[in-house]
Structures are given as C-alpha cells and as structure tokens.
Write a protein that binds this ligand. Structure first.
Ligand code: Z5A
Length: 209
C-alpha cells in the first residue's frame, strides 16, 4: 500500500481493545505489513507524561483542563508518531483516538460537542481514522473483567451509571458514522471477536491494493 491505513479501537474500559490490537498486529505482520501499535493518551514521551496526569485518580482536574490535556497529547502523537507512519505506508493500530474525547469529555462530561470537534481538528490537523472498531458490551459484564485486574484509574472509579453513559455515547457516534465505525460485540470469545475485526480489515486492504 502506498498510503497507510489508520485503524482505531474504541469502547469502554476493559472491552478488549489492547488484546485485539496485538492479535490484529500479529496477523498483519505475518502477511508482510509494517504495523505500528500505539495508544491514547500516550505514544510519545510527552504524551505518556500527560497520560500519567490525566489517569491519576488522586489528582482531580477540571473538565476543561482534562480536555486540553487529552488534546495536547493527541497533537504530539499525531505529529510525531501517527502521521509519519501513515506517510510511509504503515498500518497504524491505535488504542483510542478522537471518539474517546467526544464520548468521555463531550457526551459524558457535558463539554460542548461542536466546540470539541473544532478543537480536536486543531490537534489532529484533520486526521481521521480510516476505520474504527467499537468494542461494545454491557457495563455490568465488563465490570467483572475490570475487577479481575485490580488497579483502577480515574474513570474506572466513576461507577456503572457513568459506564452506561459511555456505552450510549459510543453507540450514538456509531449510528452517526456507520460507514467508519464498526460495532463488534466484545463479550464473545476472543477468536470470534478477532475474526470479525480481521474480515473488515481484509476487505479494506483488498480495496486499497
Ligand atoms: N480517555 C478520555 O477520557 N479521553 C480521550 O480523549 C482519551 C481517553 C484518548 C484511558 O484508559 C482512559 O482515558 C479511558 C478513557 C480516557 N478511561 N477509561 N475508562 P486506559 O488506556 O488505561 O484504559 P482503556 O483504554 O480504557 O482500557 P484498557 O485497560 O486498555 O482495556 P482494553 O484494552 O479495552 O481491554 P484488554 O486489556 O484487552 O482486556 C481487558 C481484560 O479482558 C484482559 O484481562 C483480557 O485478557 C480480557 N479479555 C479481553 N477480551 C476478552 C474476551 N473476548 N473474552 C474474555 N476475556 C477477554
């Protein structure tokens, strides 16, 4: 492929994004594609430092400041990692991106969505994913997975009502952008989820080659 492919993974915490990214990366690499796996907030030294701040449950931050920190991390990440990889034809698999801002800071925290979209475009210079996999599942069942992990970040401590708002927010975005955002039911066995994702990626790659 001459132009890279930008694939993002979204969904509630613990929905299996990280697991599916590593499975998809392995599958793509075995087929000879150059893959970059990355995450938000994070991906660069500065953005990882911002990650430590925004996910610290003992460091309360106002919604406005939190939003700006996520966007600052994204601006760094796009400029230094994502855009350069796409420019040389790599496939970028990113754990969360702009949709998380629209759901967590916008729909869930109540920041104005239109303003957020404008600020986000400033941070990304207009870069949008080619395809997004939304790993969806009921908050109660995902909560059981999260509890197994132990350590909780700022959002994990918010409770089930918050998680339901997050789920509804992602589904709202999926309805608005059904061509880009593919909903995959996360509470199936690992292989079934992976196959659903791989078949969509295969279709896109075949159309690009
Ligand atoms: N955030 C924001 O507010 N605004 C923004 O703009 C951005 C982010 C970019 C980042 O958290 C937080 O930042 C996030 C939103 C906010 N907060 N929340 N909530 P993070 O990066 O620390 O975590 P996360 O992205 O929310 O999730 P995660 O911990 O990385 O989980 P995951 O990647 O979705 O799941 P996993 O680690 O692959 O799987 C979780 C466990 O389930 C693990 O033990 C797996 O082995 C198991 N698993 C996965 N799939 C299956 C299946 N199919 N069956 C059985 N078990 C499974």
């Amino acid at each position: 492929m001459t132009k890279g492919l930008f694939i993002t993974f979204e969904g509630p915490d613990g929905s299996g994004k990280t697991t599916q990214i590593s499975r998809l990366a392995k599958w793509l690499e075995e087929r000879g594609f150059a893959v970059v796996c990355t995450r938000e907030p994070g991906g660069t030294v500065a953005a990882e430092k911002i990650r430590d701040i925004v996910l610290d449950p003992e460091l309360p931050i106002k919604a406005e400041a939190e939003t700006l920190l996520y966007l600052a991390a994204r601006a760094e990440h796009v400029e230094k990692i994502i855009a350069p990889a796409l420019a040389v034809g790599k496939i970028v698999l990113c754990d969360r991106f702009s949709d998380s801002t629209f759901v967590y800071q916008g729909i869930t925290r109540g920041m104005n969505l239109e303003k957020l979209r404008i600020m986000n475009t400033f941070a990304t210079k207009g870069l949008e994913p080619d395809i997004t996999f939304l790993l969806d599942g009921s908050p109660e069942l995902l909560e059981a997975r999260r509890q197994k992990r132990g350590v909780q970040d700022r959002f994990e401590l918010e409770g089930l009502a918050f998680q339901q708002k997050v789920r509804d927010g992602f589904m709202q975005l999926a309805r608005e952008e059904e061509k880009r955002i593919k909903v995959v039911y996360a509470l199936q066995d690992l292989d079934t989820v992976t196959e659903a994702i791989m078949s969509q990626v295969e279709k896109i790659i075949c159309n690009r080659l």
